[in-house]
Ligand binder design. Structure first.
Ligand SMILES: *[C@@H]1O[C@H](CO)[C@@H](O)[C@H](O)[C@H]1NC(C)=O
Length: 209
């Protein structure tokens, strides 16, 4: 009986973060999740370790071409975030690397721990807002707007991002267009890129067709 009760409870109230009538709802990863998140793990089974995540304390492996790594602590990785409306990502960018233009469903606070970057976003009027930032600077990227980060220094960059959701989603322009089986002719049509360029980008990002 306990499990269904927790499940229904969590479905009903997850979205009112401002005024949640429970202390926590650590996700029970053994049960299915829905749009409202995961069912709650039984409180009697929780320890402090449920509320700590150490997966971001070392740099991730940077990718060859873009030379960046993003390691997420979303609800899927850190179930204590379930229902909390907050999450984090660690970003490491090698010299010459960058985090290409992408967007999330919610706002993001970007916090530079070390290194020098140009960070920016582009609003729905196509106005760009970008600036060189260094250690200790923070920048807000508004919900669903495209944003990017480029390492413009001579040392690796470490930064953290905090999101206003435990499941903020991430959509990169490049992987959305070039890492799937959308037919090349269609990609050419909707991007104005020529066939050769589309083939090249599909190869780089792992797309087919
Ligand atoms: C980041 O690094 C981790 C750990 O090395 C790796 O598992 C993951 O695939 C990398 N992610 C990206 C987006 O490069």
């Amino acid at each position: 009986m306990i499990i269904p009760i927790f499940f229904i409870f969590s479905l009903l109230i997850h979205k009112s973060y401002a005024n949640i009538p429970f202390d926590y709802c650590v996700g029970d990863m053994s049960l299915p999740s829905g749009p409202a998140g995961y069912a709650c793990k039984h409180p009697a089974k929780l320890t402090v370790d449920d509320f700590v995540y150490s997966g971001l304390n070392i740099p991730g492996t940077v990718s060859k071409i873009l030379k960046f790594n993003a390691s997420n602590a979303f609800a899927a990785e850190f179930p204590a975030l379930n229902g909390m409306g907050i999450s984090a990502t660690r970003v490491d960018i090698d010299v010459g690397g960058f985090f290409p233009a992408h967007a999330h469903r919610v706002s993001e606070l970007f916090i530079i721990i070390k290194g020098t970057i140009i960070a920016g976003f582009i609003d729905t009027n196509n106005t760009p807002f970008y600036k060189t930032l260094k250690k200790g600077d923070i920048m807000i990227f508004p919900p669903s707007l495209l944003h990017f980060v480029v390492n413009v220094g001579s040392t690796p960059v470490t930064a953290y991002a905090s999101f206003a959701s435990e499941n903020p989603g991430v959509q990169l322009i490049d992987t959305a267009l070039f890492r799937n089986n959308l037919p090349s002719e269609l990609v050419e049509k909707i991007t104005l890129l020529d066939h050769k360029q589309v083939q090249k980008l599909k190869k780089v990002f792992g797309g087919t067709n």
